[in-house]
Ligand binder design. Structure first.
Ligand code: AMP
Ligand code: MG
Length: 346
């Protein structure tokens, strides 16, 4: 994953659980604990509801261990991660990978199909050329044109039976930064349930997966950040056994001559995608929410919302390039707009 330290919160958890507290009107035995650590280049907050503090803490520790384990497989910042080894062997050989890496790559290819190629994990060489997360720079159009043949998903070969991945052209690089955090949130929830948590939330910055309800019976409230008003919440929604992911052009960007250059790239132009300011996707699983937020951001508000309306169990809140707010039909009764003047368009 092309993760570098990003302190920007895309979506803020807004429920009032900061440390070990017992729920007010809840069954007396339920305890809620929240802890935060730095992983995958971002702040990871895990909240667990358990029957005891010990149980809730054990579930949180298991969740963090799972995130760390997946980072070792998927991060392209770790030179000997599985994906780094796949990238290093581009044009040379297929690389044996874990079931988890295979799953993320296969699901990435599915999101690519759903979004007509707008989501493209072969984007790695272009991500490196812009280097937005480390030392941002403006690549020349010649440089980007030379990289274009490498951004080709047809050259990403996955062999599910052999469990290998082969990138056919030298110089190709896959980058699952647009989907991996959502997948990690799903997997962390699975281990937390195994560890005995009755409910909880895993939030890797703006990629959030919830399960169950808070001890007082309330679903987990989540705030969506205003893309142009720092520190302001645009909308709130309550989630139960759902994931939400937000992709925004304000997360990682630089400005030159009044133009904002950000980290979500259009695979056609290899330039930052221009159709949206932010896209929040709600789905049952984080892996779909995360993959789709990036893909829909590239598709743009209109085509993106059309796609959402065609997909079962997928909803979205989009702020388009002009700052207008679009809410998918299945969400209109669930979203509370908290910002004063977002122009609403349905
Ligand atoms: P997200 O915050 O989920 O939108 O993910 C953004 C990250 O996804 C970027 O930092 C890149 O690592 C990667 N990325 C950028 N553009 C694309 C794209 N068109 N398809 C897939 N991944 C992308
Ligand atoms: Mg994403």
């Amino acid at each position: 994953m092309n993760f570098k330290v990003s302190m920007a919160f895309v979506v803020c958890m807004s429920f009032a659980v900061l440390s070990c507290v017992t729920g007010g009107s809840s069954p007396p035995s339920l305890v809620t604990v929240k802890r935060t650590q730095m992983h995958m280049g971002t702040l990871v907050s895990i909240t667990a509801v358990g029957r005891t503090t010990l149980e809730a803490n054990a579930a949180i520790s298991a969740g963090f261990e799972e995130v760390k384990r997946l980072e070792q497989l998927l991060s392209t910042w770790i030179p000997d991660s599985e994906l780094s080894r796949v990238n290093a062997a581009a044009g040379q050989s297929a690389v044996l990978v874990s079931p988890e890496t295979m799953t993320v790559v296969r699901k990435s290819l599915q999101v690519a199909e759903m979004t007509e190629g707008a989501f493209n994990i072969a984007i790695g060489p272009a991500v490196d050329a812009w280097n937005i997360s480390a030392e941002p720079r403006l690549p020349t159009s010649e440089e980007l044109a030379a990289l274009k043949p490498l951004i080709d998903l047809h050259e990403v070969h996955t062999d599910v039976w052999e469990r290998t991945i082969y990138l056919q052209k030298p110089g190709m690089r896959i980058d699952v930064g647009g989907i991996g955090k959502g997948y990690a949130a799903d997997q962390a929830v699975l281990v937390m349930k195994k560890a005995g948590a009755v409910a909880g939330v895993v939030a890797l910055s703006g990629d959030i997966k919830t399960f169950g309800r808070l001890p007082d019976g309330v679903a987990f409230p989540v705030g969506i950040r205003h893309p142009r008003k720092d520190g302001e919440i645009l909308a709130e929604i309550k989630l139960q056994d759902e994931a939400i992911s937000t992709a925004g052009d304000y997360e990682r960007f630089f400005e030159k001559n009044g133009v904002r250059y950000h980290h979500i790239l259009d695979p056609n132009t290899l330039q930052p995608a221009r159709g949206c300011q932010s896209v929040s996707v709600i789905a049952k699983e984080g892996v779909w929410a995360d993959g789709l937020d990036t893909g829909i951001f590239v598709l743009g508000a209109k085509r993106g919302m059309e796609l959402v309306e065609h997909l079962a169990d997928v909803e979205a809140i989009i702020v388009d390039d002009a700052g207008r707010l679009l809410i998918s039909s299945g969400l209109r009764d669930r979203v509370v707009i908290t910002s004063d003047n977002p122009s609403r368009k349905q």
